[in-house]
Design a protein around this ligand. Structure first.
Ligand code: FES
Length: 174
């Protein structure tokens, strides 16, 4: 890393992704492909990694919303807050915590129950009946888990579980 390289954000205590202790770093993306305030998805086999250049620095996590797995790379990044495109959940990439619970309600990371809610200016949607309502109510929004990041020779490298294959493609420019 040089003094010109962007900062790498730290991983909140206890929120390193499983399998990353001692995992090899893999080159994923040139730093110039991830300007400040942007996000990109890098796919390795069936693992979709989100690279985000937040106001705290670069982070890597799964490109799956911690609510119902929508691609966060299609959402909006504001500082360290990423807004999911699906149910208006907002998540803090500095802490791994939920800033705004999804509209569908459900459980938070500690198991507390959150009701459904309707954004201002929208018509309230009736709760779906039966198993669908139960599934919403019992869906737990977990804390975000992070992959270790480093920058080497102008390339963003991420420590990933060893079984993943080399990068297959990169999408997104947000
Ligand atoms: S899938 Fe992201 S808020 Fe529901």
């Amino acid at each position: 890393m040089t003094t010109a390289d962007p900062r790498v954000a730290g991983i909140p205590a206890g929120l390193a992704a499983p399998g990353t202790t001692g995992a090899p770093y893999r080159p994923l993306l040139p730093v110039e492909a991830l300007p400040s305030g942007t996000m990109r998805r890098v796919s390795l086999g069936d693992l979709d990694v989100l690279l985000a250049h937040t106001s705290d620095g670069i982070v890597a996590t799964d490109d799956r919303c911690p609510h119902m797995a929508a691609p966060l790379s299609l959402g909006a990044l504001d500082g360290c807050a990423v807004a999911c495109p699906l149910h208006r959940g907002v998540f803090d990439l500095a802490t791994g915590e939920t800033l705004q619970h999804p509209t569908t309600g459900g459980l938070d990371a500690d198991g507390a129950v959150h009701p459904t809610w309707t954004p201002a200016g929208s018509e309230p949607k009736p709760d779906p009946p039966g198993a669908k309502a139960d599934a919403r109510r019992l869906t737990r929004t977990r804390r975000i888990r992070f992959y270790p990041v480093r920058i080497a020779d102008g390339v963003i490298e991420v420590a990933l579980p060893v079984e993943v294959v080399p990068p297959t493609h990169v999408v997104g420019d947000r």
